[in-house]
Design a protein around this ligand. Structure first.
Ligand code: 5GP
Ligand code: MN
Length: 334
């Protein structure tokens, strides 16, 4: 395949530098952690000095993966490095870590709306996961695909595609997954660890939130709600609801989900998911947030009843405007 000029610039910049800090977004997920660790192992294989700094700890299910425990948790970096490699962040503030901009910033990301905050910006919204892009960098650097690197790339792809469910999956996604398996990734063990290592509190909290689910008048939008009292009663935490938002989408008629999570008082974190061509990234953007076509979020303040009506209204419009996708249609040529 042909490499983009930005990717080649990144390879050159990495070769020429020695001390790196690697960061990714706050409230990390499988793609941010996978991208970051795959890059860390590759840079260390080249003899580089690497520090990993994130705002928040990786979720529990990712803790056992190689190197995750070496990530430092901080909201500022005081040192200056030869380069800061920022992955999976549409803008530098998404890291939640101050001081990264004192270093030469390399921005590698697949989120639409990336603000090009780096000295080098490689942005590819066609990548199913940022981990796909990191895989390309690792290969172009000539680093052998170790089982650690391959496992992190695989975790990035597995989680960001929801186990190969979501849009943006291309033949390349499977080609990379194939190479990861050839490098020694154990797909069953990885999936068990990522998807089947929940706590009982999580299961009970899923039950509590789903039993209060509301459906819009057309039967296409599911509305979920969580506050601190509900979490306490179920014996779960806010971290435990990771992935819960996807459950209503397993119902055939449900086209989109809106999940309101109380932060404090009348401030809410809003997460949204949709199927097919329904673009909710643009809905999130209207409220100062962002994301992808099928997964987006924002933070809003207001009375929850009013907020719910506003979001259902915007979402209804997004559903009515979309062009339905079809099964087994030929791929558009790219
Ligand atoms: P989640 O619902 O999992 O928090 O977020 C889904 C997606 O939306 C993520 O890929 C994330 O990049 C994006 N997203 C969520 N919240 C925000 C936000 O406040 N601002 C921006 N720019 N993107 C967000
Ligand atoms: Mn991602």
């Amino acid at each position: 395949m042909t490499h983009s000029p930005e990717m080649l610039q990144i390879v050159e910049a990495i070769r020429a530098r020695r001390r790196f800090v690697l960061s990714s977004h706050a409230r990390p997920d499988g793609d941010s952690i996978g991208s970051q660790l795959a890059m860390a192992y590759a840079l260390r294989a080249l003899g580089k000095e690497v520090r990993l700094v994130n705002k928040d700890r990786a979720p529990a299910m990712l803790q056992p993966f190689p190197g995750v425990s070496t990530i430092e948790i901080a909201d500022t970096v005081r040192d200056t490095f030869d380069a800061a490699v920022i992955m999976e962040c549409s803008d530098l503030a998404r890291t939640g870590v101050a001081g990264l901009d004192r270093s030469f910033v390399i921005n590698i990301d697949h989120h639409p709306g990336n603000t090009e905050y780096g000295q080098i910006n490689w942005f590819d919204s066609s990548a199913a996961a940022c981990g796909e892009m990191v895989f390309d960098v690792v290969k172009a650097l000539g680093v052998p695909m170790s089982v650690e690197i391959a496992t992190h790339v695989y975790v990035a792809i597995l989680t960001d595609t929801g186990s190969f469910h979501y849009s943006n999956i291309t033949p390349r996604t499977f080609a990379i997954a194939q190479q990861c398996l050839e490098a020694g990734v154990a797909p069953v063990a990885v999936s068990r660890q990522v998807w089947d290592s929940n706590s009982m509190g999580r299961l009970k909290l899923f039950g509590a939130v789903l039993s209060k689910m509301q459906i819009d008048s057309t039967g296409r939008i599911a509305i979920l709600y969580l506050d601190h009292a509900m979490a306490r009663e179920a014996g779960g935490t806010y971290e435990d609801v990771e992935g819960l938002i996807n459950q209503p989408l397993t119902v055939k008629e449900i086209q989109a989900v809106i999940f309101f999570k109380q932060s404090e008082g009348d401030e809410y974190r809003v997460s949204m998911r949709s199927k097919g061509n329904i673009d909710i990234g643009s809905v999130a953007k209207q409220f100062g947030g962002g994301g992808h076509k099928n997964a987006a979020g924002c933070t809003v303040v207001g009375a929850v009843g009013t907020l719910q009506r506003t979001f259902v209204d915007k979402m209804t419009r997004a559903i009515d405007e979309h062009v339905p996708e079809v099964i087994a249609a030929p791929r558009a040529s790219v």
